[in-house]
Design a protein. Sequence first.
Length: 309
Amino acid sequence: MTPTEFHKIYDSLNQYGKSALNSITDEKSDYRTHSHDIIYKRFYINAHDIGEIYHYTSIGALKNIVKTKLFYVGYIHSMNDPLEVRYTYRVAVEYLKKLDATKDEINTFIKDYKHNNFDSYVWSFSPNRNSQALGNYGDVALGFDSQKIQQKLSEQYTSPDFKHMGEGYGYVFPLKVEYNRKTHKEFIMPIIKEWLDAYRGLRGVWNSVAIDIRKKCLSSLFLLSLCFKRQILWQEEELRYVIVKPKRDNVNSSTLISDRPISLAKINPNILREVVLSRQSEYRKNEVKNVLNENGFSKTKVKITDLPY
């Protein structure tokens, strides 16, 4: 296509089509500064900088972990928060309505995002060994070396140099969960507007371009769905390791536990640094020490929470 032909078609586009093309090509546009690599840079955490992180669980689960040397990394759609992942898309639909999207446009968006090609698994942590909010999830906080977790998960799930990423492989990365509703709007609004502009302005005229832009928008929203949670949960201060597996012809290669898919993380004594007991479980300190010693975790320290209750 010659420049003259391009400008002729461009001039024939409606306001939405022109807006979609302008936003996708302008590096300083609201869309480009809140999508793709920008999302990753904003919410990615360098494992070298985190230090020790804590996973809250029960003493029963701890015993199973050290005996099997395996941790069950949960499917993101089976998390404690019933709105996990769906929250981001619900907010996106809210903004579509504010942009006067029709019912058909909203239904098309919903169909679009429900056909993503990834399975996601989340291992949740907190940087706080004495979190009152996360204390609701169990009797103990397991203190892990974040850098070693990154290394082990990458060795287990990511092929060298990301080549030949076949069935069972996945991308592993740590993210900081963002709870601030203003930040959610800052990122979701320009992305969903770009999706709507492409759908309204390029469909039919440049349908392949419209589909490509919509896919890019959905890719960005998928990343946001992995790290955006409702503001009411802010006290959790969650950090998470995410394993994202590309789907292969809708075949799920994950293990099933109680009919729920999981991914297995291999654990060794070098990764688990300490176990922090709640005050209510202080009397079980020797029991926990014995279980650790019997299973090769003799260097793992057992402590009592600093909380007074």
